[in-house]
Design a protein around this ligand. Structure first.
Ligand SMILES: CC(C)(COP(=O)(O)OP(=O)(O)OC[C@H]1O[C@@H](n2cnc3c(N)ncnc32)[C@H](O)[C@@H]1OP(=O)(O)O)[C@@H](O)C(=O)NCCC(=O)NCCS
Length: 164
């Protein structure tokens, strides 16, 4: 089975090529990109799966906030188109969540399909009052609050440059 490694150890060019493959070259227009224009990925929560030197999948997480409330933005989660449906996405998500538990179970947000991400505890239940700096589908704005933190009921999600 695959063993995720730190994304920091992977060639950044290979990561960009994987993201182009999974999301298409127009991916930079996505609203999530507006939340990571100057911040650095959270190293312990950013992972890769490789096989024989080939990058098969990656997950990146970023610091964001609503007012003074810190959140972790999850994504992109990407699996090479030739490797999808083999459990790599789930492995990356479970590995990232295990690492998140070790750093104190921060509250998380992501833009993704609830049909996939509900299995990892992400729902739109708490996000109805949250806004983003670009367009989004409310049903795809998901949060996970495993520690039961007092999430803000409303506010704009903004990028954050705090170090993690
Ligand atoms: C979404 C993605 C990360 C899933 O990773 P994966 O390794 O292909 O998926 P897994 O093998 O872990 O899981 C497969 C299961 O998830 C389901 N699934 C995959 N993508 C899904 C989606 N968008 N919506 C609902 N279910 C989905 C599959 O039908 C399959 O279901 P089953 O277990 O009942 O058969 C991957 O397909 C991908 O990179 N897609 C393109 C980019 C993308 O949309 N990323 C997510 C937004 S951040």
């Amino acid at each position: 089975m695959f063993e995720p490694v730190a994304l920091e150890s992977v060639d950044p060019g290979a990561v960009e090529a994987l993201l182009d493959d999974a999301f298409g070259a127009d991916r930079f227009r996505r609203t999530a990109y507006l939340l990571r224009t100057r911040s650095r990925a959270i190293a312990p929560l950013s992972l890769a799966v490789q096989q024989s030197g080939q990058l098969l999948g990656s997950i990146q997480c970023w610091p964001v906030r609503i007012g003074g409330f810190p959140l972790v933005l999850v994504g992109p989660v990407a699996v090479a188109t030739t490797e999808q449906g083999k459990g790599i996405g789930q492995l990356l998500m479970h590995s990232m969540l295990a690492a998140a538990a070790k750093i104190g179970e921060p509250a998380m947000v992501m833009i993704g399909d609830p049909e996939y991400y509900e299995r990892f505890g992400f729902t739109a239940d708490a996000t109805g009052g949250w806004t983003l700096p670009g367009p989004w589908e409310p049903r795809r704005l998901l949060a996970r609050n495993a520690a039961g933190l007092p999430l803000p009921a409303a506010g704009m999600i903004e990028e954050d440059d705090r170090a993690l």
